[in-house]
Design a protein around this ligand. Structure first.
Ligand code: HEC
Length: 203
């Protein structure tokens, strides 16, 4: 019994080595023999393979009109002040200014906005004061921008405003909302400074 088992193990090892050697090929440009090929060749059509089931013979199909990626919220506004007003009335910020949200907002601000608007949102960013960017960025920490709703600021960041270009393609939706809350923080700080500095009170 014991020897029989040993022999069968030896036979198995021999068969296995044989199978490996057999599947090797001196020609490196071919795969050689496929051992259990079921998983090598897919029965399904590959994304870029020809497909006889469709007239244009393409496997990858164009999505049906109006299809949106999962988790994507369509943004149906245009670049004009009437549309910005409308967005301001309709859109609601889904986030609350938690520490985590503001930290993310700050990171996005530092990456995309600080160059023009400056660290405190005064409009004194490096790009502007160095003369590289000639148009005066708005003082987004000031009173007029503080009066805009979250939706209006979101619209501004998404589609651009006047001479400011759009950031909808660079900054993802949730980050744009977090950015709005960070801009609010800058506005609060600026308001505090106006209130505490003598003669600094504006409106
Ligand atoms: C290349 C420079 C530049 C960058 C980068 C930039 N802005 Fe602006 N932004 C401007 C200018 C210039 C204006 C004023 C546009 C006008 O009045 O025509 C403006 C206007 C705005 C306004 C409108 C303020 C109002 O009172 O209507 C907001 C809000 C704003 N920017 C926020 C941001 C945020 C947030 C970012 C980062 C995603 C950003 N901007 C990036 C230049 C820039």
């Amino acid at each position: 019994m014991h020897t029989a088992r040993r022999i069968s193990v030896k036979i198995l090892i021999l068969l296995f080595t044989g199978a490996i050697l057999w599947s090797c090929d001196r020609q490196k440009s071919t795969r050689g023999y496929d051992f259990i090929p079921d998983m090598v060749y897919s029965r399904a059509y590959d994304t870029y393979s020809k497909n006889p089931n469709f007239k244009d013979s393409m496997t990858m199909r164009v999505p049906v009109n109006g299809t949106v990626p999962r988790g994507f919220t369509p943004f149906r506004y245009t670049i004009d002040s009437a549309s910005r007003k409308k967005a301001g009335l309709e859109l609601v910020n889904p986030f609350l200014p938690t520490e985590e949200v503001l930290e993310r907002g700050k990171l996005i601000f530092t990456t995309f906005c600080i160059g023009c608007h400056g660290a405190s949102g005064k409009g004194d960013g490096q790009l502007y004061i160095s003369g590289l960017y000639p148009l005066k960025p708005r003082e987004i920490s000031g009173v007029p921008t503080s009066k805009l709703t979250d939706g209006e600021i979101f619209h501004t960041i998404t589609l651009g405003f006047g001479s400011m270009m759009a950031h909808g393609a660079q900054v993802r939706t949730e980050d744009r909302w977090k950015l709005v809350l960070y801009v609010r923080e800058l506005q609060k700080e600026a308001q505090l400074a106006r209130d505490t500095i003598p003669g600094g009170k504006t409106k």
